[in-house]
Design a protein around this ligand. Structure first.
Ligand code: GLA
Length: 360
């Protein structure tokens, strides 16, 4: 029996920058997905999950379109592995997870990465985290059909306890940065709005299209090549101009955040988070009134900063809060959400956890 685990992630700052070859700074979560894989001689993989009743099964020569629903993620990893020339064996995978699903915390990347590690362990194949991340991303892009970037998989595979990961998506370099909030009397509060993502796939794709269109107008392959905000005058479409402004300013915020974290400048980190939220709300337009209310409430009641994390249109808000103020800030946010008539949130604190691994 092979046991492989991969965590979800929280992105501290740098949203929608990955597919623009910019910068982001995620942490891996302590919450993770576990795959227990019993290989056999068959040509099928059977899936059992603690979130589903019954089993799903597919042949190891599965093709895009053959499998849908949550089983498309493991099936996509099998397909992408074979496309990459890897060997895949049949067997039974029992999957369990404590990564909240549909909350913008990358439960899908956790599933993909855990499945990939289990397959590789069963066949004695070894690969670096970048190659593994690309296979998992291909599963999501070309099998599941979500045009996502590489951040979630890189975070899940490279996570380190008490460290954030400064990722440069042009070089794919991952630089760990100290993120031991507890020793500075701080905590990362996570407010899961419990709002279902609305049209998130279509909206995500349309944001990506805006960026591609603007890059073409500016004559560059990616927005990473663009320096300074002067170029915005060359984009006549107001919406596309604001999308680009978000990407350019967000990249700067990620780098500033790296500097501030290294210097222990948590007030600045908080301010950058709040500025990032405003940019996602006003320029990239990926927040919702519900999410904005939670972020505003956190800051109004004493958080150093707060922002939505993840692809957008629901999911979680993260807030940097002094440990001493955790209880009062939490209570105040709960009250504001209830007064506005939104669903009861799930609130917890998160720490940076270790990356994906094969346990046995
Ligand atoms: C989702 C995608 C990532 C990234 C974020 C936004 O999580 O999977 O690739 O684009 O949205 O930053």
């Amino acid at each position: 029996m092979i046991v492989a685990q991969a965590p979800g992630r929280i992105n501290l700052i740098g949203e929608h920058t990955d597919y623009n070859l910019g910068f982001a700074m995620p942490i891996a979560l302590e919450q993770r997905t576990t795959v227990r894989f019993e290989p056999d001689e068959s040509d099928r993989i059977t899936l059992e999950s603690d979130h589903e009743t019954g089993t799903s099964s597919f042949r190891i020569d599965v093709k895009p379109g053959d499998v849908d629903g949550w089983a498309a993620y493991p099936a996509g990893v099998v397909w992408a592995s074979k496309q990459a020339g890897l060997r895949v064996v049949g067997g039974t995978m029992s999957i369990s997870s404590d990564v909240p699903i549909g909350a913008g915390l990358s439960s899908s990347a956790a599933l993909e990465c855990a499945v990939l590690l289990a397959i590789n362990a069963a066949t004695d194949q070894d690969m670096g985290t970048l190659d593994a991340a690309r296979i998992a991303q291909r599963a999501e892009n070309d099998f599941v059909g979500a045009p996502t970037g590489l951040m979630d998989q890189l975070a899940s595979l490279n996570g380190e306890a008490d460290r954030a990961l400064l990722i440069d998506f042009e070089t794919s370099e991952v630089t760990p940065v100290d993120f031991d909030l507890a020793s500075s009397g701080l905590a990362l509060l996570v407010v899961n709005s419990n709002a279902a993502h609305q049209h998130s796939t279509g909206e995500y794709a349309s944001r990506r299209e805006s960026c591609t269109r603007a890059a073409a107008i500016l004559g560059v392959d990616s927005l990473r090549e663009v320096q300074g905000l002067d170029v915005l005058d060359r984009i006549s479409d107001d919406t596309d101009r604001r999308r680009v402004r978000h990407i350019l300013t967000e990249n700067e915020r990620v780098l500033d955040c790296g500097v501030a974290l290294t210097a222990g400048g948590f007030r600045r980190v908080g301010d950058l988070m709040t500025l990032s939220h405003a940019s996602m709300r006003d320029d990239f337009e990926i927040t919702t009134p519900h999410i904005d209310l939670i972020a505003d409430s956190a800051v109004r009641h004493g958080a150093l900063g707060a922002r939505m994390t993840g692809g957008g249109f629901g999911g979680c808000v993260i807030a940097l809060v002094r440990t001493a103020a955790l209880a009062s800030v939490t209570r105040a946010i709960e009250e504001d959400i209830a007064n506005a008539g939104y669903p009861v949130p799930t609130i917890f604190t998160a720490r940076a956890g270790a990356g994906a691994a094969v346990l046995s």
